[in-house]
Design a protein around this ligand. Structure first.
Ligand code: ACO
Length: 429
């Protein structure tokens, strides 16, 4: 007989089914709890709520494990480029050579933006944050592709996926060009995904442009590290919006907005701002560690701590190693990298951080690499969005394939006033 959990509330006992995942995780299925007992569960911030069964990404925060579709992040970073990982996440298997070539070719065909989309950029102020532009333009894509928005039509879904993957780097690079007042650079489809992005970012029409292969490598690695992270805030947002059958562009625009927050993807920008602040304050690392420990001070070490990693974040290790390699190859001594390493050393030996299991997260070193590549700080979170896109898509597709797909609709426990008598405005004191 299948194992169950028993919940005792007063004199009542409720029996709840257990669901066991492929890695042995045991979950209590409470979906019938309310109809069987009248009880709801309360879990503010969804700290211990499994919102879905998912076969995309496994992570074990205690052991610092992250795998996409069963493959360790370290293996994928060492052997794949980003496009191959996109295929793996979205379709569930590593592609054959032919499948990969067909996938790359299809993405290449969609890199240009409709010329009318280019006009949108004239309407944004020149100091517009590129995440605001990204979310707006992605949402606007749904107005250009009205013939292929049906989430239940596999051909519509396929073309929307390829369009999004292809166009996001173009949209992102144009937002940068807008901010520096340079002409937009069209995509060049013979270039690889990351090479093409770099040329759209940094080329100018009056000169030839060659990307540095080390930058292309580092960018691939960063995008792979960001490609999925199961039910995080932005991915849950994409699934939430998608559960209402909204089109893929609208869902991804919502995910971009969630990612923008400094407690989520916006942290990579916040990390570099913090490191610059420490550098300008005579590099006094200890002072900032002390500030972070003051619970009433409201200051946190950005890039430290994670809801699920309580040992180490495997992505931070990969990115720190790449950062070290890239800077030494470029013979750069970046004071921000040195401050970051000092901060890590001090914090990891401090009881406050040790007791709370606070370690550098994926964002702690990524900004130092972006700086070395020449990517301006406001673009950091945009790069995160480019990386996370295949994860959002994979989850959106998976959600639609669930046999029991339902609209996301959490419950609440109401704590406001009970019914009150209405007092007309002229009688209120
Ligand atoms: N600096 C100092 N103290 C911290 C930090 C930090 N960066 N992070 C957590 N703490 C402390 C909290 O004050 C709290 O202490 P207490 O128990 O004495 O009250 C304890 O550690 C637990 O923190 P919570 O905020 O409850 O942890 P939660 O899981 O809710 O938050 C989060 C995780 C948002 C990532 C948090 O650690 C944080 O704000 N970090 C800085 C921002 C950041 O780097 N975000 C990127 C996350 S990765 C990503 O989204 C891609």
């Amino acid at each position: 007989m299948a194992e169950t959990a028993k919940l005792v509330v007063g004199s009542e006992q409720v029996e709840l089914p257990l669901f066991v995942g492929t890695e042995g995780e045991r979950a209590i299925d409470i979906s019938r709890l309310r109809s069987d007992s009248g009880l709801v569960t309360l879990d503010e911030g969804y700290v211990n709520t499994g919102s879905t069964r998912s076969a995309i990404t496994f992570l074990d925060g205690e052991r610092g494990i992250l795998r996409y579709r069963g493959y360790p992040i370290e293996t994928l970073c060492a052997n794949c480029d980003f496009v191959e990982v996109c295929y793996l996440l979205i379709y569930g298997e590593l592609p054959t050579r032919d499948q990969l070539e067909a996938f790359r070719a299809s993405i290449c065909r969609h890199t240009m933006l409709h010329e009318d989309v280019r006009q949108f950029y004239n309407g944004f102020p020149s100091d517009a944050h590129p995440m605001g532009i990204l979310a707006s333009v992605v949402a606007a894509l749904s107005t250009f592709y009205q013939d292929s928005l049906d989430p239940h039509n596999p051909r519509h879904v396929e073309v929307s996926i390829h369009r999004l993957l292809a166009k996001l780097p173009t949209i992102a690079a144009y937002s940068h060009k807008k901010s520096v007042g340079q002409p937009f650079i069209y995509p060049q489809n013979e270039r690889s995904y990351c090479d093409n992005f770099l040329q759209m970012m940094f080329a100018v029409p009056c000169e030839p442009y060659e990307s540095d292969p080390d930058f292309v490598h580092a960018l691939n690695l960063l995008l792979i590290c960001h490609a999925d992270h199961e039910q995080n805030c932005s991915t849950s947002t994409v699934r939430m919006v998608g559960s209402a059958d909204a089109n893929l562009f609208a869902c991804v625009a919502a995910g971009i907005s969630a990612l923008w927050g400094p407690l989520h993807g916006g942290a990579n920008e916040a990390v570099v701002n913090m490191l610059e602040r420490i550098r300008d304050d005579s590099g006094n690392v200890q002072k900032y560690v002390n500030m972070a420990k003051d619970r009433n001070g409201g200051f946190r070490l950005m890039g430290f701590g994670h809801r699920v990693y309580k040992n180490f974040d495997p992505r931070a290790k990969i990115i720190e190693a790449e950062c070290r390699k890239l800077l030494s190859k470029m013979s750069i001594r970046d004071p921000l990298f040195e401050i970051a390493q000092q901060l890590e050393d001090v914090a990891l030996n401090d009881d406050y951080f040790v007791e709370r299991k606070l370690y550098p997260n994926v964002d702690f070193y990524s900004g130092v690499i972006y700086r070395a590549i020449g990517i301006p700080v406001p673009m950091f979170t945009v790069l995160f969005a480019m990386g996370r896109l295949p994860g959002w898509i994979a989850h959106w597709v998976e959600m639609h394939e669930l046999s029991n797909k339902r609209i996301y609709r959490p419950r609440q426990v109401y704590t406001g006033p009970t019914e009150r008598e209405f007092v007309p405005v002229n009688q209120r004191g």
